[in-house]
Design a protein around this ligand. Structure first.
Ligand code: GLC
Length: 848
């Protein structure tokens, strides 16, 4: 009953909201941009000047990346600044311009842009086939008459701008960052306005983050659009009309980037070029993490870690939530609860556990008394004088209202102040404040409440007249809200880089804007401990991955409400393969550490946590791919099989990299399910049973089993089970799964796991190929790439085969049959194992 009621209620709430907002944003009434009056060109762009004094600049950044920037009834501004963009120095691709009476045609090697002069309509085509990929449905438009002012957050801060595209009959939409929605966003509409939304359910919009980047896919051909505008923005993928997909914002410029694929993976690579790549976090960030609002005093933290070790449950990281501070004063320690943080962190480190502390943007508003002395020791009492507030005031780094008064929001510490992170020197100061943590051995920073949340008013109205320097523009909240978290993340990341030059920063954030992957990983905020919440997490992780953020996860077991052992176990069967795997729970929630529901569940959870660590070589290699290529680890099937329409709306299964397909159970009392296997050969991970894909199968999934399949053609590098990263030497072994042609391959990526030296070539890439030959099986180990040296060790290759070899030959010399440890081979049951010394040289193994 209760469940039904709440579902009906939320559906109603969502419907009412969407109905009223869609009615308010009728973009067909907006003023259209004028016709093209003249065309000029320079080295990398074409400028269209319009009859109404508007301008459109089309810039060719790469053969597959075109920027469209427009101004309405005035020239395009000389100021061209975005916090999201990482790369501005593009080398101009080859392109040419052809002008006719009716149109202007620009062509690179990959994209043709046709601009009709009257009315001004932009169309993108595949340069080779001529096929239209994306076309304006109506000209770019702006709210010249102020028709939409009444729905705007701040009607004085800008003019509504919009672009409208023809909606394909079979066009699918993906990405758009963190949305509480399913994978395919066709027939939905969204708003971007970073919002603190505890307990959000599917359909709640907006939530924490803004990533105004989406992918369109029709007939297997994909393009991307990044509307780089930080004002409150709108995306409508055919919800309000069957004709159009449109996007717009309550101010700022019409400024978008068009990416041409046709492959989604290629677009994600370009998007990473433009907005930046995720640097590799320390390898232990892939370890299991435990959090709670809040673990204190320190004996409680010790006890949690003791339980983990005693129960033989893997744990790499413990999180300290807001109660470690003195009355929520950031950059301080509560000495009653944590008398000796450094000592505690050393104690935890000796057990392989790292500590992450939460840091909120709200600095307690605490004007210093007349005789207050400045104590900048984070361990000393700040009762009379709080060094962070004092310094922020003295340096003039806090946000102010238009009239010059300090802006005083209310957050955990009560009255607070926020830093103006658009100021470079304020970012530097904020970053340096993290020495309060790094000095005592904190390993990572968890940024929260950075929408920024304000208990006075969560919609932002209380902040409407807050001014940010914004590189001298002195702009207001309407423009800056959505980039607040991005800049806080930047300050934090750059601070950690300075404070710990030999270590990779580890930062987690709740809110964000596009580009945040350069500085921070993320989690999906205050979810519910419900089956719906678990099911929603999959499309959310996938969509984030399709929007440039590969390092994602959500509170395992859910944050709010009371879960149960079954839900927690099934949650682990999703999150054990998500980059961020952290169990976290709200202050008044039921305890949900892995052992809290009894031994039955704990044993199954242990199995999956151990498996995560065994798969660490595979996960880390896949994470490195994400770092380098922008293609995420946790993927929807459409990313790997974009010409297979059965994957277009499939979000109750996921893939890890190219090779693992997982079909978790997302409802209670369910012990089997349908699984879609795309074309090709597949192997049941648990039984090695072979399947031919391109079909749905029904598989058993009792609580202890998550359906998991390996792609034929894959080699999965694994290692020993561990209770924390680095507990044991990584001795990789390779599980070989041949495809229909008998071939398989992989590349194992390794580095020191902690330092930034990988950026300078200190890594090792070992590629391995296997193929079935007429005589048997041949395995090739290529000479490793990169300068990272691994200790001498044994590589094992494991293959399930009906072959009964008589001889295994390594580089022309027979390997001994039998033995357990040194080089050799054996066949046991159906499993053949070959061991060779990994000495950094290329090798060929012939199995006959
Ligand atoms: C917010 C965070 C949550 C945290 C709590 C207290 O709700 O999203 O993870 O536990 O604040 O800091």
């Amino acid at each position: 009953m209760k469940r039904n009621f709440s579902i009906t209620f939320s559906v109603l709430a969502v419907t009412v909201f969407v109905f009223s907002s869609a009615a308010a944003q009728d973009i067909t009434r907006l003023e259209k941009i004028g016709d093209v009056a003249s065309v000029t060109r320079d080295d990398n762009s074409v400028l269209l000047s319009c009859t109404d004094n508007s301008q459109v600049r089309i810039t060719m950044l790469a053969p597959d990346l075109i920027r469209v920037r427009a101004s309405f009834s005035k020239p395009i501004s000389n100021r061209d600044h975005s916090w999201a963009i990482d790369k501005t120095n593009w080398s101009t691709p080859r392109w040419n311009l052809v002008e006719t009476t009716n149109a202007v045609a620009i062509k690179t090697a990959e994209v043709e842009v046709i601009i009709r002069r009257s009315p001004l309509l932009i169309e993108f085509r595949d340069a080779k086939t001529g096929a239209v990929v994306n076309a304006d449905e109506r000209p770019l438009a702006y709210d010249a008459k102020g028709l939409l002012k009444s729905m705007m957050f701040d009607p004085d801060a800008g003019v509504f701008v919009a672009a409208s595209k023809k909606l394909g009959f079979d066009e699918h939409f993906y990405g758009l960052g963190e949305k509480a929605s399913r994978l395919d966003k066709r027939r939905s509409s969204f708003i971007n306005w970073n919002s603190d939304t505890p307990g959000y359910v599917e359909g709640r919009d907006p939530i924490y983050q803004t990533v105004p980047f989406y992918l369109g896919l029709e007939n297997g051909v994909a393009y991307g659009i990044f509307f780089d505008n930080s004002y409150r923005s709108y995306f409508d993928f055919g919800k309000s009309s069957q004709q159009r997909a449109w996007f717009g914002a309550e101010g700022g410029e019409m400024n978008y980037y068009f990416f041409y694929g046709p492959s989604i993976q290629k677009i994600l690579g370009r998007y990473a070029d433009l907005t930046g790549r995720m640097p590799l976090p320390p390898m232990w960030a892939l370890g299991h993490q435990q959090s709670r609002w809040s673990y204190y005093p320190e004996t409680m933290v010790d006890e949690v870690v003791r339980q983990y070790r005693q129960r033989d449950l893997p744990l790499d990281v413990v999180h300290l939530d807001i109660d470690y501070m003195q009355a929520y004063r950031v950059f301080t320690w509560n000495k009653d609860r944590f008398p000796n943080p450094q000592g505690m962190f050393q104690r935890l480190a000796a057990q392989g556990v790292k500590t992450v502390t939460i840091v909120d943007p709200g600095v307690k508003h605490q004007p210093a008394g007349a005789q207050a002395s400045a104590v900048s020791d984070p361990l000393a009492s700040q009762e009379n004088s709080y060094y962070v507030f004092n310094e922020g005031v003295a340096r003039n780094y806090f946000q102010k209202r238009k009239d010059g008064r300090l802006f005083v929001p209310r957050v955990w510490p009560g009255e607070s102040a926020f830093v103006d992170y658009t100021l470079p020197e304020a970012r530097r100061w904020w970053g340096d404040l993290h020495r309060a943590y790094t000095d005592v051995g904190v390993a990572g920073i968890w940024m929260d409440m950075n929408e920024p949340a304000d208990f006075v008013d969560q919609t932002g109205k209380n902040q409407i007249d807050v001014v940010s320097d914004d590189e001298g523009e002195n702009s207001t909240h309407a423009k800056n809200r959505n980039v607040f978290a991005l800049l806080m993340a930047r300050a934090t990341y750059e601070g950690l880089e300075r404070l710990q030059p030999g270590k990779r920063p580890y930062v987690i954030t709740r809110a964000a804007y596009a580009g945040v992957q350069r500085y921070s990983t993320m989690w999906t905020g205050d979810t519910n401990s419900t089956w719906d919440g678990l099911s929603l997490s999959i499309p959310m992780f996938q969509s984030l991955g399709l929007s440039g953020q590969p390092f994602v996860g959500s509170d395992v077991g859910g944050f709010m409400g009371r879960g149960n052992g079954e839900l927690l176990t099934r949650s682990y069967q999703v999150s054990f393969l998500a980059p961020f795997c952290r169990n976290h729970k709200t202050i008044d929630g039921y305890d949900q550490e892995p052992w809290r529901f009894g031994k039955h569940y704990e044993d199954i959870i242990r199995k999956y946590l151990k498996l995560r660590y065994e798969l660490m070589p595979f996960l880390y290699s896949t994470l490195e791919t994400a770092h380098r290529t922008g293609v995420p680890l946790f993927r929807p099937l459409v990313l790997n099989y974009q010409d297979d329409s059965s994957t277009y709306n499939l979000d109750d299964q996921f893939m890890v990299g190219d090779d693992l397909l997982v079909a978790p159970i997302l409802s209670p009392n369910t012990i089997n399910r349908l699984v879609y296997l795309p074309r090709g050969t597949w192997y049941d991970y648990w039984t090695n049973k072979k399947y031919t894909g391109g079909t749905m199968i029904r598989v058993d999934a009792p609580l202890e089993t998550v359906p998991m399949f390996v792609r034929g053609g894959a080699i999965i590098p694994k290692g020993p089970a561990m209770n924390f990263v680095g507990e044991k030497p990584a001795t990789p072994y390779f599980l070989i799964y041949p495809d229909a042609q008998g071939k398989a391959q992989t590349t194992l990526y390794e580095d020191d796991g902690v330092s930034p030296a990988y950026k300078n070539g200190l890594y090792r890439k070992t590629s391995v190929q296997a193929s079935e030959t007429a005589r048997g099986i041949s395995i090739t180990v290529n000479a490793p790439e990169g300068q990272f040296k691994t200790p001498s060790r044994i590589f094992s290759f494991i293959i399930s085969t009906s072959l009964s070899p008589t001889q295994v030959v390594l580089d022309g010399r027979a390997l001994p049959n039998g033995g357990q440890s040194g080089p050799g081979w054996q066949k046991n049951g159906g499993i053949l194992t070959v061991r060779i010394a990994d000495d950094g040289k290329p090798h060929v193994i012939d199995i006959r």
